[in-house]
Ligand binder design. Structure first.
Ligand SMILES: Nc1ncnc2c1ncn2[C@@H]1O[C@H](COP(=O)(O)OP(=O)(O)OP(=O)(O)O)[C@@H](O)[C@H]1O
Length: 259
């Protein structure tokens, strides 16, 4: 059982320079994510959601502020943080098995490691496809491989950046059920960026609504609905309405909307 720890974002700000022009993207973002919690982030396009995940995984560094895991500055090891992007980003010339173990290849796999790989292949429902190549898989199956690849190092925090955004509606709903099952089995802390408000409500313990750029946290909405969640239940629909309102207050839309 992994030792889960609190993820803390403290006064995070981030600016980019494009030529001489400074673009302030994140402004004083503060967030605590509890061990084992599932938190979703929604917000206007371009407000800095992916940038925030990139700071947490260490692909970019913040202009100000700190990121702590268990009260200590993050060390960016794969045992701490894993990430799944919108595109599966698999190596086309490697099998499912080899894609999942790619990050472990610098060490000789022990019997325990091999069992763990099999366990993860089973966890994502690809037992019959361990030897298949990415081109032989559907989009949803490829995304399952990238989830297994992120989980194989047993990260304490799993970051999901629009992981189902490229999938069709039915596969997407299926993958939402699957990620709930995987989260409950693996007991990771999950931080999900999504544009899909229903997805955020279906999956999360809390939904974070970001403001326009430079983005800060506008509202934190707890989702206290029992799982499995009923997307057509009264409380679900009430929450959806509340979150839509927060969200649409942030963006200018050239039409009126009814929800
Ligand atoms: N490497 C970079 N250099 C300069 N600007 C960048 C860089 N990466 C991101 N940005 C800018 O930061 C802002 C936020 O981008 P980001 O991808 O984080 O937004 P987002 O909220 O995830 O958007 P979307 O919902 O459309 O995916 C954008 O204005 C983008 O142009």
């Amino acid at each position: 059982m992994k030792n889960l720890e609190k993820l803390s974002l403290l006064n995070i700000s981030k600016s980019f320079f494009i030529k001489d022009k400074k673009i302030d993207v994140l402004n004083d973002v503060n967030l605590d994510v509890s061990p084992g919690e599932f938190v979703s982030i929604i917000g206007p396009s371009g407000c800095g959601k992916s940038t925030l995940l990139k700071l947490i995984i260490g692909l970019s560094s913040q202009t100000a502020g700190s990121i702590l895991l268990g009260g200590h500055e993050l060390q960016y090891s794969t045992h701490d943080i894993g990430i799944v992007f919108q595109e599966a980003r698999l190596f086309p010339w490697l099998s499912v098995y080899k894609n999942i173990t790619f990050g472990l290849e610098n060490k000789q796999l022990s019997e325990d490691d091999k069992n763990d790989v099999q366990k993860h292949i089973k966890l994502v429902g690809l037992e019959s496809f361990a030897d298949a190549y990415p081109s032989q898989l559907s989009g949803g199956m490829q995304q399952r491989v990238s989830i297994a690849r992120a989980l194989i190092s047993h990260p304490k925090v799993l970051l999901l950046d629009e992981p189902f955004g490229a999938l069709d509606a039915i596969t997407r709903i299926h993958m939402q059920q699957e990620i709930t099952r995987i989260w409950q089995t693996e007991k990771s802390t999950i931080l999900l960026v999504t544009h899909d408000i229903d997805e955020a409500i279906f999956l999360s313990d809390r939904v974070i609504v970001m403001s326009n750029r430079p983005a800060t946290i506008k509202k934190i909405i707890p989702v206290e609905l029992p799982r499995p969640r009923d997307r057509n239940g009264y409380d679900f629909l009430l929450l959806r309405k509340k979150i839509y309102k927060e969200f649409f207050d942030e963006i200018e839309i050239p039409f009126s909307f009814n929800i």
